[in-house]
Design a protein around this ligand. Structure first.
Ligand code: GLC
Length: 421
């Protein structure tokens, strides 16, 4: 770009003000490709250039990097791809976006996402895509064994075990019943909230009885229906194992769908998707609100161009393209009625319904301490999965950890909270 400008600035006057921006973008599934494609269109349209910095796969690691940059008030990144739970932290580092979207544009998004991305009445993060965990299952195997998709966890375990045992006996020795994101990171925290809510409880404030029930369920998984290796699985390991055909059920985000249906996928045409099962008595199928948005750094030297880029990437046409090509779920509700998307992804009907009832992680309650809370949730849960702690002791430990952190949050002077010190 620099060379191009040097040679051509007289002929292409508009390029004289062309900026070089930097944006972070995730590399999970097809995200990086999608991001690059859209950015290239914007570059062509505006004459600006964007350097894409790829983020680590894990949300927790991506947060650490983003936090480092913004806390140092670094001006080198202009636009950040940011997770649902980072909004409190971002509130003092990101440019308010309300004024750059019309009321109509804003009203097009699911209210829960807009609320999540707004702090004290100010929109901090532009919604880009939503995530809700789904249950992926092997349609062909369930049919072979005369089973329907499970609606309760108990049923899931029964079906998982039955198919696993029978298929192993007929030679598919690597088949597992149920896989999920068991590594100690944000992805496991999402599951924990879902398991607890599906038993009718809440994680914060912690509902001891229901948390014990959910943990008791977790303690039954390894090695009966889930491999020990699940403790190191993030999204992509779950997808990899399921896509190879080595799992009956997988608990993961919708981006996995298009990849499992690709030409080279061994499970193409054999996959079903439904809402997550529920716990026995008082439960409900519950999915947490996941998804990513875009924010503009207050320390950017190219805020105007950066805001234009964010508008371009989050607009309806682009959300449609991403949804069609790679099943990233739109944040714009009208797109769930789009005939092309509905035909390509019939399960979007479940996603839209789930988005009406999603559960939030306790990021709002813990603000800037959320990452510590999340780490404690994931670490305690790993111990439960390993049966290194009883469900009762785990619930107690989690309650203590969360109460200690919450006390610290509420005792921090407001001024300090606002500046993030
Ligand atoms: C997905 C979700 C995000 C969540 C992360 C956990 O990327 O969109 O909200 O925090 O997974 O791994």
């Amino acid at each position: 770009m620099t060379v191009f400008l040097g040679l051509c600035c007289a002929a292409f006057a508009t390029h004289a003000t062309a900026a070089v921006l930097k944006m972070t973008c995730r590399a999970k599934g097809q995200e990086l490709t999608l991001c690059k494609q859209a950015v290239q269109q914007w570059e062509k349209k505006t004459g600006h250039t964007v350097e894409i910095v790829s983020l680590p796969q894990s949300s927790s690691e991506s947060f650490a990097l983003t936090q480092q940059q913004l806390s140092a008030h670094a001006s080198d990144v202009d636009v950040y791809q940011v997770d649902t739970t980072w909004v409190s932290f971002l509130s003092t580092h990101a440019v308010p976006l309300d004024a750059h979207f019309s009321a109509q544009e804003l009203a097009a998004h699911f209210p829960v996402i807009l609320q999540n991305n707004t702090v004290n009445g100010t929109l901090i993060v532009a919604p880009w895509y939503a995530d809700v965990d789904m249950l992926f299952y092997r349609k062909d195997l369930l049919e072979k064994y005369g089973e329907s998709p499970p609606t309760s966890w108990e049923d899931l375990l029964r079906i998982a075990q039955k198919i696993q045992e029978n298929e192993r006996a007929s030679g598919h020795v690597r088949l597992w019943g149920y896989i999920f994101r068991g590594k100690a990171y944000e992805g496991l925290t999402c599951h924990v909230v879902e398991w607890i809510e599906s038993f009718g409880g809440t994680l914060w404030p912690l509902d001891t009885d229901r948390v014990i029930q959910a943990f008791a369920f977790c303690a039954r998984l390894i090695p009966t229906t889930s491999p020990m290796g699940v403790l190191s699985y993030t999204e992509e390991e779950v997808r990899g194992v399921f896509q190879l055909g080595d799992a009956v059920f997988a608990h993961n985000w919708p981006y996995m769908w298009t990849l499992t249906q690709s030409e080279e996928s061994p499970v193409k045409g054999k996959v079903g998707i439904t809402v997550l099962p529920q716990g026995q008595l008082h439960g409900k199928p519950a999915s947490v609100l996941g998804g990513w948005g875009l924010c503009v750094s207050r320390y950017s030297n190219h805020q105007e161009a950066a805001i234009d880029l964010v508008r371009w990437l989050t607009r309806s046409e682009e959300q449609h393209r991403r949804a069609l090509q790679a099943s990233y779920c739109p944040t714009i509700h009208a797109l769930y009625q789009d005939p092309v998307l509905c035909a390509a992804h019939p399960f979007f009907v479940h996603v839209a319904r789930a988005l009406e009832t999603v559960v939030l992680r306790p990021a709002g309650a813990f603000g800037r301490s959320y990452s510590q809370v999340s780490a404690s949730i994931a670490n305690v849960t790993q111990k439960v999965l390993l049966k290194a702690i009883t469900p009762e002791a785990a619930a107690q430990k989690l309650d203590q950890d969360m109460k200690t952190l919450h006390k610290r949050v509420t005792e921090t002077p407001a001024t300090q909270r606002a500046t993030g010190q």
